[in-house]
Ligand binder design. Structure first.
Ligand code: AMP
Ligand code: ZN
Ligand code: ZN
Length: 315
């Protein structure tokens, strides 16, 4: 296998692009793919302040590294959910990267604020771990972006994540989710702008990026995600991709080009209003976060104070 650009020995083949690259040209290719996504979906500009949600995994650390090297103003946000044997390691990886790059990393820890982990909140609400975790993460990201005056939140969702999410949304005809599944969700109704600049990169590519750049990331997947539907969808899509390279791109990027507008034009946008307890946007009187926290006997407003403390307020 030879590099498409220079003919030297290639380190990675990307079958869906009919290409293979040497280390130098692979890095160039990956940067170009990210730059292309940022431009195509009008995600953000060099003048704007970005908050990168960093989990300590390969995708979000690769994303942070790429954005910093492109000259974007990108601060990190690590959310410690108190997952035994996992959160400590991933937090350390995020810290190591931040100090090596002299980048700003905000940290929010549930255990430090409440003395409980997200599993406790899930159990008190009879919810799955992943659904409680997702709710808490989204809430913290949105509040942190607003408190710190960030223009957008960037997450490390890659092509595999997005294609798997799309498959799940289609299998269960989640029309509301299909309406808003996008690498760029504009700000509105109290929600911060959310962007996914890695949406054109596969998992293998972000791993290769970290390897080449010497970025140390947490290798294990979150132990709580074992056996979830998302992993099954990823396996199925990988099988399709192996026998017909390009299927994943066709499926997801094709949805963005054509399928999404179908749902966008037909499904009404829900009207959001401020939660009567915390002021964050919700379709109900009291938002899902405040409800879950109350059922767990925890004060939702304590989190707000901790976020303001760590991220700042208003500017
Ligand atoms: P996941 O939901 O674990 O697939 O993660 C998707 C994206 O959400 C990651 O690429 C990160 O950008 C963000 N994320 C996940 N977990 C955390 C965390 N503990 N702290 C901050 N951001 C996170
Ligand atoms: Zn080359
Ligand atoms: Zn609320």
């Amino acid at each position: 296998m030879r590099c498409l650009k220079c003919g030297q020995k290639a380190c990675l083949e990307i079958r869906r692009h009919h290409a293979a690259f040497c280390p130098e040209h692979l890095l160039e290719h990956l940067h170009k793919q990210v730059a292309r996504a940022i431009k195509a979906y009008r995600m953000f500009t060099k003048e704007e302040k970005l908050l990168v949600a960093v989990s300590g995994g390969k995708d979000s650390l690769a994303l942070w590294d790429i954005l910093l090297s492109m000259g974007y103003q990108a601060h990190g946000l690590y959310i410690d959910l108190g997952i035994p044997g996992y959160s400590e390691t991933s937090r350390q990886k995020a810290r190591n990267f931040a100090s090596a790059k002299k980048a700003v990393l905000h940290e929010i820890s549930l255990r430090e604020i409440y003395g409980v982990d997200v599993g406790y909140i899930a159990r008190k609400n009879a919810k799955t771990f992943c659904s409680a975790c997702g709710l808490v993460k989204r809430y913290i990201m949105n509040l942190a972006a607003a408190s710190g005056g960030y223009d957008a939140i960037a997450t490390g969702h890659n092509l595999d994540d997005e294609a798997a999410a799309l498959l799940g949304n289609l299998l269960y005809w989640q029309t509301g989710y299909l309406r808003r599944q996008s690498p760029h969700m504009p700000a509105g109704q109290g929600l911060a702008r959310k962007v996914k600049p890695l949406c054109r990169l596969g998992e293998r590519e972000t791993s290769a990026y970290c390897l080449l750049q010497g970025i140390d990331y947490v290798l294990e997947e979150c132990p709580m995600s074992r056996g979830t539907h998302t992993l099954l969808y990823k396996e199925l899509l990988n099988k399709l991709e192996a026998s017909a390279p390009g299927t994943k791109d066709q499926f997801y990027l094709g949805f963005l080009r054509t399928g999404r507008s179908f749902f966008h034009n037909r499904i009404e946008e829900p009207i959001l209003k401020p939660c009567t307890k915390c002021g964050q946007p919700t379709t109900d009187e009291v938002c899902g976060f405040c409800r879950q926290m109350s059922r767990a006997g925890l004060d939702p407003l304590a989190l707000r104070a901790a976020i303001v403390d760590s991220v700042g307020s208003g500017v």
